[in-house]
Design a binder for this molecule. Sequence first.
Ligand code: MN
Length: 744
Amino acid sequence: METVTVQKYNLDEEQEKKEIVRHYRALLRALKPRLKKGDRELVRTAFEMAAEAHRDMRRKSGEPYILHPLAVAQITVEEIGLGVRSAICALLHDTVEDTEVTLEDVEREFGTEIAHIVDGLTKISTVIDSNTSTMQAENFKKILLTLADDPRVILIKLADRLHNMRTLDSMSREKQLKISSETVFIYAPLAHRLGLYTIKSELEDLAMKYTEQDKYREIARRLKETKRERTRYINEFIKPIKEVLQEEGFNFEMIGRPKSIHSIWNKIKTKGVQFEEVYDLFAIRIILDSAVEKEKADCWKVYSIITDFYHPSPERTRDWLSNPKSNGYEALHVTVMGPSGKWVEVQIRSKRMNDYAEKGVAAHWRYKEGNSTVQESKFEQWFSQIREILNSPDSNTLDFLADFKSNLFTEEIYVYTPKGDLKILPVGSTALDFAYSIHSAVGNKCIGAKVNYKLVPLSHKLRSGDQVEIITSNKQKPSEDWLNIVLTAKAKSKIKDALKEEKRKVAMDGKEILERKLEHVKASASQYNINELVQFYKQPSPLDLYYQIAVKNIDLKELKSFHVLGDKLEPPKPVKVVEPVVDEALHKQPSKKDAELIIFGESSDKIAYKLANCCRPIPGDDVFGFITASEGLKIHRTNCPNAAQLLAHYGHRVVKTKWVKNREISFLTGLKIVGMDDVGVIHKITNIISGELRINIAGLTIESKEGLFEGLIKVFVHDKDELEELFERLKALDGIQSISRLED
Ligand code: MN
């Protein structure tokens, strides 16, 4: 809700009234094509009820408060595409929470449907005002629940948020930051998932305006400066296409617009490029006025006309005509080489498709009579998935949120059951994800799958068009490492539930063992004693203690050294343990200074890591970080024999990594050198390494056979440059046949 102030602004009462009426009339105009008999009166009643209820309230800016619900209603109708009933809800959205109006009043006046939506809107706004991340996650969950209940609640809430973002200027700096980050965190991803692309970009841009003011202003300014140049290019690009389209008798509209400020900034940040390299990125949109039965064929016709003029990039053609996205998006995208060698993306779609693209889920209410059954069932699928995840009893909310959010943005694949039923999964989903998408009982018992009649493991990545048959066994049980195999939020939460249940069962055995042993030392199994033991063995909870006992990680032999007073346990006095001294010199490999050598992603945070033994990277190598289950972060060379597999199967566990200069630490690496066996060859080699280049040798073995020698040399180098210099120098020696870097 807004903070109410009595700050005066510069309109007098008369002017204010006029202003309010002007906004009200604009809303009626927008609604006009959809007003049925009696609707006009209903809208008027809602407006009057809201205006009366908010009569003495003002926004931070000093404006009468009623202008806010009016604006939200306008956005709901014009930008989201909802109808009369939603407009009424938007007008009333802040009344029940902030004024004397009750839900009963709304129900009496407008019926249960509208009262239900207003109730949802009230509930969302009462939970949204909080600061901790757990709370935010809880809120998000609640928001999704209402969404699954009636999507209009969340659509109107998005309109509300959009208007608040548009008018954020008059808020305090602190509020601006809080509301902006919440917008990026929750609302923009939701808008994206609901197919409201235009609103999503505007929300992101507005948020960036407050969270990264300088960057925002700079990009906005430079976009303005380069506008002419861009317009000229767009015109040059579309001229020939336009002519042919007209000749062919198409009714169409062509728009070229630059990427949003936020997406330009994202590119600059993630790709490390300059503004100059991305400012001219834009998409040309061709919107055809075609009859529904001809629209797909027309889109392909336009595709063929465009590619007559400009060469397409085959791997950047996206056919969302045959397979619309699950949020309803349909279009044909093609990226072609435009004049002066620039890639230009062209989006081809019909008017109807464009409506979906801009209004997303909301467009359903409009095309309900049309051929939108496919669309609708996809939404239904998505909503039912959300409901299912939300209803799983004790899944951790933060985990859930992290998983769910990652699912909001991903692209999708389409796979089929043996009976031909379609399942939509995020790109990167595995056979195991598919199993869980059918039912958690199928997932929990899954031992493998047949993909297109071929046997594959659980971790097999699916591709669009695959037909998948799940193979189950009653002996199967989910294990911890399954969490690394699956991608979908649903599968993750089901596996976690199953693991928790399994752990609980095992722990019960441990509890029995503990109770027996306590009896043995004549102590009771009281809460007090259990807590003493939990502390002594440094376990997070009694359940964990029982579990560790059951799996024999804790054998309880220390129990003998406890004192028993009455039936209470008293832990033994701690004995000092002397840590063995480790000879630093033996561990010349990076130890303490590790963290200073590697930077992850864009952040300058220093994180502990280990270098992978399989490829022994050294500074200068192209590397990536990989999050392992047991050993934290490992650094591999991108050309490591294991890299492709890691990157392909566990893309989500890969961290972007680069080196920073550090001359103090050297790294162990190995060379294999082959050459003519010659007296003194070892001397020459070692002389170059340790004599001239002053590189430390860690080990050297040389074998000669039939006039050739093969040497394995281990050296400590500082970085790749140093290693390369060593290569060059050794290569220059007489009789050296080959030198290569050892992989292991
Ligand atoms: Mn509001």
